[in-house]
Design a protein around this ligand. Sequence first.
Ligand code: ZN
Length: 253
Amino acid sequence: MNPRDTRIADLLKLSHELGREDRGLAMLGEGNTSTQMSADTFCVKASGTCLGTLQAGDVVECKTSRLIPLLDAEDMDDAEVDAALMDGRVDPAAKKPSVEAMFHAWLLALPGIEFVGHTHATAVNQILCSPRAREFAECRMFPDEIVCCGVASVYVPYTDPGLKLARAIRFQTERFIKKHRRQPRVILMQNHGIIALGKTWQSVLSATLMAEKAARVFIGAASAGGPTFLTRQHVLRIAGRPDEAYRQKALNL
Ligand SMILES: [Zn+2]
């Protein structure tokens, strides 16, 4: 397979794993995925397609240089955003990109990020639709959560999906990078869902599955009077351990 076909095959693998019905991460048209294709293009799921059954024809190649400037453009109404998305396609005969293509474009431009996966994971959303959403994003409970999901997640208060959400994700992610001096692996959006980002499709899948497991642990621990969170010192110790770095490498994270 040529490198482009391998890329698309990896994106479809990630999409099918995230769309598996038994995992409860995304159903029907929920969620979207993307991958970097070249210096100025990326592929993203088309609007109205299904992650679990995604085909190569359901993926649209878009120009990064057409979509990122929208984040700094004047406010646009829904029809103007739709026109800009259609205009951002490499092939004018391709399907319409997901309305979330704008945040995918921006996240894929971060150093070392080559795959992005967004889902409405059930247990994660149980917490994101509760008053404890920010706490779940900012605290950590167990070592493997740190290995797969990072020392903390970016937290984005509820924002209208589309251009406004892409701007809010940029604002909160830049703040996170300044504060933690590292890239996030997970972004949590209040009353909406999760975005995982990484260099490989496996790292995006692992971060999503581990965040979903952490959410179930959080909910169970809350019913027993918790959770008891790890201290900041313990979190940084796990994040900096050479054996954890080895595990991350071995797991292709
Ligand atoms: Zn969504």
